[in-house]
Design a protein around this ligand. Structure first.
Ligand code: EPU
Length: 349
């Protein structure tokens, strides 16, 4: 195990902000990871587990303890369509590989920045699919005991952008491997409106065509990391789409009809009979247009739900814009938006 000191975290995140890790270990296998966890425990250091840094905001003060980067690699097809993948593998490379081999199940999750280990944590989803649908089990390390165990799908407690890993059992486990079952020669999923529109003249696209379409739609919304595109210095969607009761959705819809009669507020069915409202719409119609600027931070020119670092931003700048957006959306729509990325090294908010 190589223990480094004062390692800058900003370059390891897509936002490119934040301070340094006091201690840092890049763990390539389970024994290294277990050693690092034991070290942090022995020295009573706070531990932060870093994947690919695509969904975090690191505080300007950095992290006072140990940052453990998970670099476990390996893509093993142990039975037809059954893939066991190391948490440190790049997610989109896995999608590219499985689509090329003609496996269906994660094609709509193309172009999502991040590592494989991060996908079950927030139950990554896009364009009508989520990882919970194909995931079979997650192999994890329990930090308190050092035990390695396998949790099946139902034990992971998945729902929209949620799992036990980011809710009830937050901080208890580290994801080591993810196993999923894909379907050979399966049909691609064309359910999301953007995809239906894209394939209006081609009702039976191949998996590869769907992957290409998803990547191109994501790119048009700056949700694909493209080197040199400053709209990509972000953490993707900054807020979750709020899930509200049908009565609450009616209230917001009536308000919207009065305030912006020419722009209809879309609503989507959510889980447990709730209604999902598009946070992007609420943000934009509260006055934060695409391209909105606040010094070194702003809103993406291509999607109103992404906060971007326009260059030289600090975490403080990002939090100030987050607070401003939340306040205005609350004042205008009476809705409390919840951030999607994790905040690392901040005092409890
Ligand atoms: N909209 C606007 N302005 C915009 C963009 C969108 O008003 O600039 C409105 C439109 O009415 C649009 C609606 O918001 O119909 C929904 O927009 P979009 O289809 O882009 O999806 P989203 O709800 O903003 C979610 C995920 C994305 C995922 C896409 C596609 C969340 C928080 N975000 O975005 O995930 O890629 O759907 O499935 O659920 C991420 O989590 O980081 C992420 C990028």
């Amino acid at each position: 195990m190589l223990l480094e000191e004062n390692v800058a975290l900003a370059p390891l995140t897509t936002f490119k902000v934040g301070g340094a890790a006091r201690y840092f270990v890049d763990a390539a296998n389970e024994p290294e990871l277990q050693a690092a966890v034991a070290y942090a425990k022995h020295h009573k250091m706070p531990l932060f587990v870093l994947g690919s840094g695509s969904n975090i905001v690191v505080a300007d003060e950095g992290w006072p303890g140990l940052v453990l980067k998970i670099s476990i690699k390996g893509v093993e097809e142990t039975a037809r369509g059954f893939f066991r993948v190391g948490a440190g593998e790049d997610w989109d490379s896995l999608v590219a590989h499985t689509v090329k081999e003609n496996y269906a199940g994660i094609e709509c999750l193309s172009g999502i920045p991040g590592s494989v280990g991060g996908t079950p944590v927030q139950n990554v989803g896009a364009y009508g699919q989520e990882i919970a649908e194909t995931l079979v089990y997650v192999r994890v390390l329990e930090i308190a005991t050092g035990r390695v165990l396998e949790l099946n799908k139902s034990e992971c407690g998945f729902s929209y952008r949620k799992s036990i890993f980011n809710t009830t059992q937050r901080g208890r486990y580290i994801v080591l491997w993810v196993a999923c079952q894909l379907e050979h020669d399966g049909e691609p999923r064309i359910e999301y409106a953007d995809l239906k529109k894209y394939f209006a003249r081609n009702p039976h696209p191949t998996l590869q065509q769907v992957r290409d379409a998803v990547r191109s739609i994501r790119q048009s919304k700056a949700m694909l990391i493209v080197e040199g595109d400053e709209d990509c210095r972000s953490a993707g969607s900054f807020f979750k789409n709020p899930l509200v009761t049908p009565a609450e959705a009616d209230r917001v819809q009536d308000l919207a009809r009065n305030k912006v009669p020419d722009r209809i507020l879309p609503r989507y069915p959510g889980e447990h009979g709730l209604v999902k409202l598009p946070a992007a719409w609420l943000v934009e119609q509260a006055g934060f247009r695409k391209g909105y600027g606040r010094g070194p931070v702003g809103i993406s020119t291509k999607h109103s739900l992404a906060i971007v670092n326009r260059g030289g931003a600090t975490a403080k700048d990002i939090v100030a814009l987050k607070d401003e957006i939340q306040k205005r959306v609350r004042d205008v729509w009476g809705i409390q938006l919840e951030p999607e990325p994790a905040f690392v090294g901040f005092p409890p908010m």
